[in-house]
Design a protein around this ligand. Structure first.
Ligand code: PMP
Length: 277
């Protein structure tokens, strides 16, 4: 039977409860991580834990556990889950306190972790590509922090679903930032363009790994601002995230991307990426 971890206890998920005064519930005052597990081996754990600490620092919450303390918790989650491929979800909030915006004094953080079976990427996404829509990026200016305050992302993803699309590509002041729950890579004039790592996008672990692969295998790439017209002229568009890896985008706002079929750089990068597992 699989259990979840909550504040030092191991519980069946139905028995894991947090107070209604938890600042995660009241304010979305918390951060999270999602870590993929392949064949019961945790993928890129160090990078994910590093980003977790970076997000914690960004919301001024000291890390309740260090990498060594996370290790046995994650190992137990991986072991107990029913499937060989899963994902670990970690959430840390500023804890339980009387409702007041300012930080409470001496409050313990709430620490939660669970494993969930990995849902396979649908075969037709890889063979035919996915549809996306574009939308103005109307989120706050700390998109580099992986916080649980995801309401804007939730509304933007729903906008995509309402338009029968899988993802929404966000554009801020004429430049591509990322997807509502993914990073976006644009293939323009035979080069991979990565929207720059700054406060406007989440530094994706998959995005980083694809940059490393491009470097290693001599695929031309650039980390640089990407305009809306470069996005529209793209010969290929790729969506990346830890749970979906690399997915080709073949239709955007009702128009074909490039030839309208998954392209050669997608195939090359996906096969290189799968070699990392
Ligand atoms: N940007 C956003 C807004 C996301 O939610 C995600 C998925 N966690 C990503 C990018 C991709 O990051 P990663 O490759 O680390 O999953």
């Amino acid at each position: 039977m699989s259990h979840v971890y909550l504040n030092g206890q191991w519980l069946p998920i139905e028995k894991a409860h947090v107070s209604v005064l938890d600042r995660g519930f009241i304010f979305g005052d918390g951060v999270y991580e999602v870590i993929p597990v392949y064949n019961r081996r945790v993928f890129a754990l160090e990078a994910h834990l590093k980003r977790l600490d970076r997000s914690l620092a960004g919301i001024r919450l000291s890390p309740p556990l260090d990498a060594e303390q996370w290790q046995p918790i994650i190992a137990r989650l991986v072991q107990e889950t029913e499937t060989d491929d899963s994902s670990i979800y970690i959430q840390i909030t500023r804890g339980v306190a009387p409702r007041d915006h300012a930080f409470p004094a001496n409050t313990q953080a709430t620490v939660f972790a669970m494993a969930k079976p990995m849902t396979a990427v649908p075969e037709e996404w890889l063979s035919q590509g996915i549809k996306v829509v574009t939308h103005e990026d109307n989120r706050w200016l700390h998109c580099d922090l992986k916080t649980t305050a995801l309401l804007a992302n939730v509304l933007l993803r729903q906008y995509a679903v309402d338009h029968k699309a899988v993802e929404c590509i966000l554009i801020r002041d004429g430049f591509v930032t990322e997807g509502a729950a993914s990073n976006i890579i644009v293939v323009h004039e035979e080069q991979l363009l990565f929207p720059p790592r700054n406060h406007l996008i989440l530094p994706g672990i998959t995005y980083d790994l694809v940059i490393e692969l491009a470097k290693k295998h001599g695929i031309p790439f650039k980390e640089a601002p990407v305009t809306r017209s470069q996005l529209q002229e793209a010969s290929e568009l790729l969506m990346t995230s830890s749970t979906r890896e690399i997915v080709p985008i073949t239709e955007m706002d009702g128009k074909k991307v490039g030839a309208g079929v998954p392209g050669p750089l997608f195939r090359e990068l996906l096969s290189l990426y799968q070699g990392l597992k």
